[in-house]
Design a protein around this ligand. Sequence first.
Ligand code: IPM
Ligand code: MG
Length: 357
Amino acid sequence: MKTYNITLLKGDGIGPEIVDQAVKVLNTAANKFGFAVHYTEALIGGAAIDATGEPLPQATVDSCLASDSVLLGAVGGYKWDGLTGKQRPEAGLLGIRAALGLFANLRPAKIYGPLKSACPLRPDIIGDSMDIMVVRELTGGIYFGERGRKTVDGVEAAYDTEYYSKPEITRIAKVAFETAMKRGGKLHSIDKANVLESSRLWRETVNEMAASYPQVEVNHLYIDNAAMQLVRDPKQFDVLVTSNIFGDILSDEASQIAGSIGMLASASLGEGSLGLYEPIHGSAPDIAGRNIANPLATILSVAMMLRYSLDELEAADAIEKAVETVLENGLRTADIYTEGTQKIGTDAMGDAVAAAL
Ligand code: IPM
Ligand code: MG
């Protein structure tokens, strides 16, 4: 039987409980579709800091590199908020993205029919549906540019640098063009080219590449306008491509339109088939350990893993279908609960998806 090696990075806060539900669903899919999964757990974020003193131990990087794929929960929490820079749990997450060369982050934001009432926008604004793919650059930009602190004329200052090389832009734009070709053929590139030089290079590069993709309709929007358009008329978007920090912000906005940040999955991909899959939400320390977190984003991340890294397309489709079934049956975690539906816990949601499979 085909066996996949998966590294689990449960992380902090609600990370462990949502990953446990996703594993439950993945095991059910493995049984049903005739493959096996072998798991290795490794430390990242605050949990790694507590155990080893650093947010990304080398053993974790090695385990991920030796895997077919990686599933991550979330990192960070109040306990480590006092730490700075490379000491922080978040440095572990940025570090693993960089170490595995995962420059392309796919964040699909779609409204599931049964969740329309959880969407904060008016029904006439969302219309029949919203189905957007945010393609976020993940290993460059201001997240990885030069930063520091200094004192200038006795005044304390700090700086971070937005830096993009042309090859970095080209490779993420290629992913976006190809994604658009497989979807609705519409691409919006988001930048701040009216102010930032890095954005001007971004826009020039996307325009040069557009000639090779005549089937794709290319539009450019400034980030401020894009943030506004997303709530004014989300239906106009198909694929968005943008920098690391703009993608971070726009994907949170898009997730709320989809009903809850607890619903959005993501795939982080590089040149090979090794990917890292994680919900876009954080570790939510305020609700950790209370069995109320929504595990659906992590479960949907497993579906993306099956599709993009393991090529188990039937299993991927089946998990997505099972999530829809559960929502159609009126089951909801607290974040997506509306009157007339049934509120259930994290565990019960995992069980329900596994049963629907
Ligand atoms: C995300 C998160 C991370 C990011 C944080 C936790 C560093 O917000 O994956 O969107 O900014 O990339
Ligand atoms: Mg974010």
